[in-house]
Design a protein around this ligand. Structure first.
Ligand SMILES: NC(=O)c1ccc[n+]([C@@H]2O[C@H](COP(=O)([O-])OP(=O)(O)OC[C@H]3O[C@@H](n4cnc5c(N)ncnc54)[C@H](OP(=O)(O)O)[C@@H]3O)[C@@H](O)[C@H]2O)c1
Length: 220
């Protein structure tokens, strides 16, 4: 993992709730995706001494407290749920891109990766369902593709992508993971290791793409 990588000097971890990271390489910062001022401040704080080489946006929402649930049909759709899901899955990462991409510097490979989901692929959608989550991730994919084009003009060495981690045993998948057979339900450590491997293997030609945990490209 990143902390044991000798080439990694410092890791900045961002969350809206305090975390005791207990590792000498890790510095914690407050960041709420729904508060642009906190994103701006976190980006400034994290780059006070040096620019960043890798930014990973690993946040997201599918359900909350039994109140917000992924919709089975169009009838379940509400403006309130759409607004909350877009705020976390699309607008938050867009603002992170706005404030953090300018902090990727230097003429060597740098990466900005946002976690999306295969269900956000329009071309791969054969099942339907979960419209707000799917829409928010499809919009995130579009953001990343758009930003990658702008970024290629500003800093050609920077690679900007979305990643699908697979189905991972986390709070997000809890209500649905019972239906997933064990070998296809990844531990967070396995998924993170896979995604770092994919990031390490990315080349400039891959910018703007959408990749699964095994490195295979996913159609937008
Ligand atoms: N798990 C899967 O099977 C799966 C599959 C495909 C894609 N993904 C994607 O992978 C990413 C990570 O998902 P996960 O499984 O790790 O989900 P998770 O366990 O539910 O974690 C989501 C994280 O997002 C953070 N977050 C939510 N709202 C926030 C806000 N306003 N400000 C700051 N942080 C906020 C949460 O912080 P708190 O701890 O403070 O709530 C939490 O740490 C997401 O983008 C998800 O869509 C997951």
């Amino acid at each position: 993992m990143l902390t044991s990588d000798a080439g990694v000097n410092e890791i900045h971890a961002f969350s809206r709730s305090p975390v005791d990271w207990q590792h000498k390489k890790v510095r914690g910062h407050f960041l709420d995706l729904t508060d642009e001022t906190s994103i701006d401040k976190a980006a400034t704080e994290a780059t006070a001494t040096s620019p960043l080489d890798l930014v990973i946006v690993a946040s997201g929402i599918l359900h909350r407290d039994g109140e917000l649930l992924p919709e089975k049909t169009l009838r379940d759709l509400s403006s309130k749920a759409l607004t909350e899901v877009f705020a976390v899955n699309t607008i938050g990462p867009a603002l992170i891109a706005k404030h953090f991409l300018p902090k990727l510097r230097g003429h060597h490979k740098t990466v900005f990766a946002a976690l999306s989901a295969r269900v956000g692929s329009i071309g791969d959608n054969r099942l339907g369902g979960w419209p707000s989550y799917r829409m928010s991730k499809a919009a995130l994919n579009m953001l990343i593709r758009t930003v990658s084009i702008e970024q290629a003009r500003r800093l050609p060495e920077a690679i900007v992508v979305t990643l699908h981690p697979g189905t991972v045993d986390t709070a997000l998948s809890k209500p649905f993971s019972k239906r997933v057979a064990a070998p296809k339900l990844f531990s967070p450590t396995f998924a993170a290791t896979q995604l770092l491997r994919v990031i390490n293997g990315l080349e400039q030609k891959d910018t703007g793409g959408f990749y699964a945990y095994d490195g295979s490209p996913i159609v937008y």
